[in-house]
Design a protein around this ligand. Structure first.
Ligand code: GDP
Ligand code: MN
Length: 381
């Protein structure tokens, strides 16, 4: 779950990471009240989950209430890269001497956490990585060892953070690591991490993504859920209780089991197609679940064909087949289905499908995963 900047800053504050005083506002009047409280000058910041807000005109300095009124009025309702601004964050403006970058993420390949630190902040890290990769220090952290103050300090030295900022940066790194691990984040990023002319180091932006698997131990995340912005397909999938992740290809995918679903994405790619989604209907897929899965996939305008890939273990072929037949009666599909049905009771399943009177333009059966993928990709072209 991705947080808005203001929520990320509230999360940081729990771990004692210095952020500016401010408030979130949904109206111009609220923005002025927030500014009066924070103290002028203030920055009015569009709250959308997309980078480059500054360039898009979504971040403005204001010296007084009239300027807040003007900027908040312009920013609220603004469209930034397809995201409509519903809220602004108004905070006391900071003087900036220098801008750095710091983040923690999980490096799955290395099975370790990854610290990225750079003295070149304020621009997107991808840009720094391209122009000047040596300016980014990457440090793997074994979760068993954690991050010591000494190691954090050394990383800051390696990143060529100037001497006057070393202590402040090391201090924030240790706190940010705690926030990232104890706070169950997938990503905790500060860009820019600023050095003020007065010598303090301070988080001027916050990008936090929470690990949904840790939901159960964070009842306090409920407030973040309330403002979460899912795309329409993901919203529908959540309501139906499906494991769904929207992608941007053209082949809709339904598989039973996360491993098979991932393999299915790979095979579709291998034969030159692109997956529109990841969807795992899990074990014991019944008609109802299949209908819901087809409904979610059908709501995606980019889908040109649907690849149902079932390997029956606990899931039985005839149940899957009955589910598809029932689903076709309930959902008017925009795209043709290609199915590969194998495993437990696959024979029975295939004969149910063959005798259900479904036109071939609506459903094709293929004996192997590869042939089914090829057929689905051909239909999507
Ligand atoms: P992003 O562009 O969406 O990542 O938004 P940021 O929150 O990172 O802000 C972008 C830029 O706006 C920063 O790099 C700063 O240069 C500038 N900015 C943001 N807040 C302040 C502030 O309090 N004071 C000053 N002087 N500049 C700010
Ligand atoms: Mn930023």
């Amino acid at each position: 779950m991705d947080l808005f900047e203001y929520q990320g800053k509230q999360y940081f504050a729990r771990y004692d990471i210095p952020v500016s005083a401010g408030d979130v506002a949904v109206t111009v009047d609220q923005a002025v009240a927030a500014a009066d409280k924070a103290g002028y000058p203030v920055v009015v910041k569009a709250q959308v989950q997309v980078g480059g807000r500054g360039k898009a005109g979504g971040i403005k300095l204001a010296e007084n209430a009239d300027e807040v009124r003007l900027h908040a009025g312009n920013i609220l309702g603004m469209d930034i890269k397809g995201h409509v601004v519903k809220r602004v964050w108004v905070e006391n403006a900071s003087d900036i001497a220098e801008e750095y970058y710091a983040s923690f993420t999980l490096d799955r390949g290395a099975k370790k956490h990854l610290l990225m630190l750079s003295a070149e902040g304020g621009v997107e890290i991808e840009v720094v990585a391209e122009r000047n990769p040596d300016a980014i220090v990457k440090l793997h952290i074994d979760p068993v060892d954690g991050l010591s103050r000494e190691t954090a300090h050394k990383a800051a030295v390696d990143a060529k953070i100037p001497a006057k900022a070393l202590d402040g940066v090391a201090d924030i790194l240790v706190k940010l690591y705690r926030c990232y691990t104890e706070g169950d984040c997938d990503l905790a990023e500060i860009n820019p991490l600023i050095l003020k002319p007065t010598g303090e180091v301070h988080a001027l932006d916050a990008k936090v993504s929470l690990d949904g698997n840790a939901d159960f131990r964070h009842p306090e995340w409920e407030e973040f859920r309330a403002t979460e912005e899912l795309d329409a397909r993901e919203q529908l999938a959540r309501e139906k209780g499906l494991q769904y992740i929207g992608l941007d290809g053209t082949v809709g995918i339904i598989a039973n089991g996360a491993g098979l679903a991932m393999s299915t994405l790979d095979v579709v790619n291998q034969v030159g197609g692109t997956a529109a989604n990841f969807l795992d209907i899990g074990g014991g897929a019944n008609a109802d679940l299949m209908a819901s899965a087809l409904e979610v996939i059908n709501s995606d305008q980019n889908v040109k064909s649907i690849f149902i890939n079932i390997f029956g273990g606990i899931t039985r072929g005839e149940e899957v087949a009955k589910g598809i037949v029932e689903a076709l009666g309930r959902v008017k599909l925009r795209a043709p289905i290609v199915i590969r049905l194998d495993g437990t009771n696959a024979e029975e399943g295939r004969s149910i499908l063959a005798n259900a009177g479904i036109p071939e333009s609506q459903l094709t059966s293929k004996p192997t995963m590869l042939e089914a993928a090829e057929a689905a990709v051909a239909l999507a072209k």
